[in-house]
Design a protein around this ligand. Structure first.
Ligand SMILES: C[S@@+](CC[C@H](N)C(=O)[O-])C[C@H]1O[C@@H](n2cnc3c(N)ncnc32)[C@H](O)[C@@H]1O
Length: 216
């Protein structure tokens, strides 16, 4: 992980990373894996694992993920999470990262996730939320996300605005899991493993400013 910048150290991400390092992933499924960034992070974050599989319903994201994960032993499939083509109880560890608010038929997807997850398995849901004490950076992220969601909706792409913490916890409670724990971080866990995390502390960093402008 290298030297961790102070803001990242205070974010809550380190606490989550410590817990992740105690977990053997076994057979891992990343649902709505997008460009594969969450899998890249998990490869570093987990104690160990047997296999990684990612699925996404967007062809362009699948192409990006295959490029991003080239050389790594990860299976990537084009698949709708509402109908997972896997046997019951196949996976030890299932993740849904930054995607809850992208799911048009959320209940179907969550039902499928429970079906393919072993009863003793882990389900990791990472989701941004819009309420509570937020840093200025988080507030900016939410504002640009709201704009992104509005643009997607105009284009006919399903995309909800950022949920509140209560809404997310309510969705998880409905799953009737054996137990669940909630952890908060003002920074993404992947920042801990990013080689550029020192530059992110500099608000005048040109790459960051250009990235934000490009996003907008
Ligand atoms: C914001 S991206 C998250 C990507 C990745 N998990 C990450 O954290 O970097 C949301 C993803 O959800 C995918 N998605 C939305 N609905 C889906 C569905 N029904 N089945 C599979 N993927 C879906 C989209 O294609 C998109 O790649």
């Amino acid at each position: 992980m290298g030297v961790i910048p102070p803001i990242l150290l205070k974010s809550g991400a380190v606490e989550i990373a410590k817990i992740m390092k105690t977990i053997s992933g076994g057979n891992v499924l990343d649902v709505a894996s997008g460009n594969g960034d969450f899998i890249v992070m998990l490869i570093d974050a987990l104690k160990d694992y047997e296999s990684f599989t990612g699925i996404d319903s967007n062809k362009k994201e699948i192409k990006k993920a295959k490029k991003n994960l080239a050389g790594k032993s990860v299976k990537i499939h084009l698949m709708n999470a509402e109908k997972l083509k896997f046997d019951d109880n196949k996976f030890d560890f299932v993740c849904l990262a930054n995607s809850l608010h992208h799911l048009e038929n959320m209940n179907e997807v969550l039902c499928e996730i429970k079906r393919v997850l072993k009863p003793s398995g882990y389900l990791i849901i990472q989701e941004m939320f819009c309420d509570g004490n937020q840093t200025e950076a988080q507030k900016t992220d939410i504002t640009s996300h709201t704009l992104g969601a509005e643009i997607d909706n105009i284009l006919g792409i399903y995309h909800q605005k950022t949920y509140t913490k209560k809404t997310i916890i309510g969705i998880i409670e409905e799953l009737n899991l054996r137990e669940f724990q909630v952890y908060e971080s003002s920074r993404y866990l992947k920042c801990l493993f990013c080689s550029s995390n020192q530059q992110c502390e500099d608000p005048l960093n040109e790459d960051l400013i250009n990235f934000a402008i490009k996003e907008l």
